[in-house]
Write a protein that binds this ligand. Structure first.
Ligand SMILES: N[C@@H](CCC(=O)N[C@@H](CS)C(=O)NCC(=O)O)C(=O)O
Length: 214
């Protein structure tokens, strides 16, 4: 079976999938899709034929094709169950999905490249305004995320317990973006501590944009 991940090193949605694949030890061929403004390979006719949404990540196994990182994570979890990236129990799973959704559904879409480009090109926002927008949505989401971590019984070394779950997989790329855009994180000590714990694991290290060129 041929597995391909259409990927861009700085895409935080793709970064989630890279972490999950590494944790599960699933080998893929990475194909880089350069989404840098001005290059925009995601909008090429060829890529849109594959993924009509024109975004990364996109995951294929022979003729099975899947976009949207949460769907890809769920698929990998079912298809390659070990190690589990969701805890046992319906309530525990739902809690982890809730944390993941704060990032994947609430923070990330507002700070996505196409949103920032729209602000810049259609609404004439300057860099200072865009940076403010970017920081605002991260801090808004992280405030809730941090509070949940500190008030639930669930968190341990990681967001839930002592093993990484979807929540850590979503959190780490968001921390990476926050640092890249110099968003202060000092009011989120638990988030920072969990990020440091994840950074000790080879699966997270190998997925980081820092070690990849494209
Ligand atoms: N909800 C999607 C978001 C995918 C997405 O928007 N990816 C970004 C990179 S992080 C992208 O491809 N952007 C291209 C663009 O905005 O034109 C997911 O989680 O996979």
């Amino acid at each position: 079976m041929e597995r391909i991940l259409y990927d861009y090193f700085r895409s935080s949605a793709a970064y989630r999938v890279r972490i999950a694949l590494n944790l599960k030890g699933v080998d893929v061929t990475r194909i880089a899709v350069n989404i840098l403004p001005g290059i925009d390979e995601q909008h090429s006719e060829r890529y849109r034929q594959l993924n009509p949404q024109g975004r990364v990540p996109y995951y294929t196994e022979d003729d099975f094709r899947l976009g949207q990182s949460p769907a890809i994570l769920e698929y990998l979890e079912e298809q390659y169950p070990s190690p589990a990236l969701l805890p046992e129990g319906a309530r525990e799973k739902a809690y982890v999905r809730q944390l993941s959704a704060i990032i994947a559904c609430d923070i990330h879409p507002l700070n996505n490249l196409c949103v920032l480009e729209y602000l810049r090109n259609e609404l004439a926002a300057d860099n200072k305004t865009i940076d403010k927008w970017y920081a605002h949505w991260i801090q808004e989401g992280f405030r809730a995320f941090e509070k949940m971590l500190t008030t639930s019984n669930g968190s341990g070394l990681f967001c839930f317990g002592d093993k990484p779950t979807f929540a850590d997989i979503c959190l780490v790329p968001q921390i990476f973006n926050a640092r890249r855009f110099e968003v202060p994180l000092d009011t989120f000590p638990t988030i920072v501590k969990i990020g440091a714990e994840c950074a000790k694991l080879p699966a997270f290290q190998a997925a980081s944009p820092t070690g990849l060129k494209k």
